[in-house]
Design a protein around this ligand. Structure first.
Ligand SMILES: Nc1nc2c(ncn2[C@@H]2O[C@H](COP(=O)(O)OP(=O)(O)O)[C@@H](O)[C@H]2O)c(=O)[nH]1
Ligand SMILES: [Mg+2]
Length: 401
C-alpha cells in the first residue's frame, strides 16, 4: 500500500532514525572547534580564503579537507648546506608542512649524497615525499655556450675587487641566472603549477593555518612575498635601463599596457630617501631598486614558463648582465611581474613571519598571524626603515582597495 503513514513497528523505526539525525546535527553545531579562534563559518564551508592576512588561527581541519594544489617546496642546495637546511626544514615543518604535507623538490648542480637526504628526512613528517634532480648545463646551470667565459671571469674578478657583493663568486652568478629563468622549466617541476622557495638558515615564527598555494590559486594571484627591500645598485647598474627599453618596445608594439604596478619601482615621486637611480637621459624615472626578496617566494610556475616571461629572460641573458654584472633573480622577478601581471596578483603574506640572515618580517599590526613567536627574535623590518619598500607597496595597494 502506498501513500500511507506506516503503522506500529515501522513508525517507531522512523522515530528512532529521526531522533538520531536530530542529535547528530545538534552535536555538529554544539561541539566547539579544536582551534581557539575560527574565522570559518561552521555551517557553510568557504570555497575561497578571503580574510587574509589572517587574524588569529583558522580552523585547520576544514582547510586540510580541501585537496592540495600542485605545489612543491623548492630547495636549491648543496650537500654542505645540510645543517642550515635542516634548521629551515624543522621550522617549516612545525609551522606548516607537517600538516599540509607538500612534497619537496630538491635541485642541485652536484648530486646529493644518500646520507644528506637521510639526514634531512629526520626532521620531516613521516612519509615525506622528496623529489631530487640534478641541474645540468643544458638545464640552465652556468654560463651559456655562446658567452666569452674569459671575458666574463675578468668582469667578475673586477666586481669582486670593487666591492660588489658576491661579484667574484661564479657559483652565485649561476644561482641567480638559474633562479631567474631556467628553474621553472626544469623537468623535476614539470608536474607542478606552484613552488614555494625555501633556503638554508631561515625561520618561520607564526603557524600557518591555511594553504597559501590554495589561497593564491583561488584568488587568481600569481605571486606572494613577505619582505620587500632595496637592492645594491652596484649589482645591477644597467638592469633597469635594459628592462625599461624592452618594456617601451612592448608597449609600442601593443603587446603590453603600462601598469601602475610599474610605479612601485620608479624612483621619482615618492619619499626623499636619497637612494635609487637618478632619472635617465630621457628624463624618465630611474629605478628605486625595490624588489620582493626571493629567498621567500611562492609563485606560479606557469606564469614563469610563459612566453612573455621566458622571452624577457632570453633577452636579458643575451645582454650578459648575469655575468658582466651581478643581476639578481629578485629585481628581475619583481620588474617582470610589474610588466606582465596586475598589481593585485601579487600578494603580501603579512601573516607569514620569517627571518633570513638578519632580515626579518613579522606582522606589525596587532592580532595578525596565528600564534606568532616574534617577540625578542630581533628587529622586524618596519615600513619606515630606510631600506624597506613596504611603504611604497602600500601606497600602490591603496589605489586598489
Ligand atoms: N646547488 C647549488 N646551490 C647553490 C649554489 N649557490 C647557491 N646555492 C643555493 O641557492 C640558494 C641561495 O644561495 P645563498 O647563498 O643562500 O644566497 P643569499 O641568500 O643571497 O645569501 C641557497 O639555497 C643555496 O644553497 C651552488 O653553487 N650550487
Ligand atoms: Mg640564503
Amino acid at each position: 500500500m502506498s501513500g500511507r503513514i506506516p503503522q506500529d513497528g515501522s513508525r517507531s523505526k522512523l522515530l528512532t532514525i529521526l531522533s538520531f539525525l536530530l542529535l547528530t546535527s545538534l552535536a555538529f553545531f554544539l561541539v566547539p572547534s579544536r582551534t581557539s579562534t575560527s574565522l570559518w563559518p561552521k555551517d557553510s564551508a568557504p570555497l575561497v580564503v578571503r580574510d587574509i592576512p589572517v587574524a588569529g588561527c583558522l580552523n585547520d581541519e576544514i582547510e586540510l579537507d580541501y585537496p592540495r594544489e600542485k605545489g612543491c617546496i623548492l630547495i636549491l642546495g648543496r650537500n654542505e648546506d645540510e645543517d642550515e637546511l635542516k634548521s629551515s626544514l624543522l621550522s617549516f615543518e612545525s609551522m606548516f608542512n607537517a600538516r599540509y604535507k607538500y612534497p619537496y623538490c630538491l635541485l642541485s648542480d652536484t648530486p646529493f649524497k644518500a646520507s644528506f637526504l637521510a639526514s634531512l628526512r629526520t626532521v620531516l613528517h613521516e612519509g615525506a615525499v622528496i623529489h631530487t634532480g640534478l641541474v645540468t648545463h643544458e638545464q640552465g646551470w652556468g654560463m651559456p655556450d655562446w658567452m666569452d667565459k674569459e671575458e666574463a671571469r675578468r668582469k667578475m674578478k673586477a666586481m669582486g675587487k670593487s666591492g660588489v657583493q658576491y661579484g667574484e663568486k661564479e657559483s652565485y652568478h649561476n644561482m641567480c641566472r638559474f633562479y631567474t629563468g631556467p628553474f621553472a622549466n626544469h623537468p623535476l617541476l614539470a608536474g607542478f603549477d606552484w613552488y614555494w622557495r625555501l633556503e638554508p638558515s631561515v625561520k618561520f615564527f607564526c603557524k600557518l593555518t591555511y594553504d597559501p598555494f590554495r589561497f593564491l590559486a583561488q584568488n587568481n594571484k600569481l605571486y606572494g612575498f613577505n619582505i620587500a627591500v632595496i637592492e645594491n645598485i652596484n649589482t645591477i647598474p644597467t638592469l633597469f635601463p635594459t628592462i625599461s627599453e624592452y618594456r617601451n618596445d612592448l608597449i609600442k608594439k601593443g603587446e603590453i599596457q603600462p601598469t601602475d604596478f610599474w610605479k612601485m619601482f620608479e624612483a621619482d615621486g615618492w619619499g626623499n630617501h636619497g637612494w635609487g637611480e637618478p632619472a635617465g637621459k630621457d628624463g624618465k624615472p630611474g629605478y628605486n631598486t625595490c624588489h620582493f626578496w626571493t629567498n621567500f617566494e611562492i609563485g606560479n610556475l606557469n606564469f614563469l614558463r610563459g612566453k612573455q616571461y621566458q622571452d624577457l629572460f632570453e633577452h636579458l641573458d643575451r645582454k650578459k648582465g648575469f655575468y658582466h654584472e651581478r643581476w639578481g633573480d629578485a629585481p628581475i622577478r619583481s620588474l617582470a611581474l610589474a610588466l606582465f601581471s596586475n598589481f593585485t596578483q601579487t600578494h603580501f603574506f603579512e601573516d607569514i613571519a620569517y627571518v633570513h640572515d638578519t632580515w626579518m618580517h613579522c606582522p606589525l599590526r596587532d592580532g595578525i598571524g596565528c600564534e606568532c613567536e616574534c617577540k625578542d627574535k630581533g628587529p622586524a623590518i618596519g615600513e619606515d626603515a630606510w631600506y624597506s619598500c613596504l611603504a611604497r607597496w602600500k601606497e600602490i595597494n591603496a589605489l586598489h582597495v
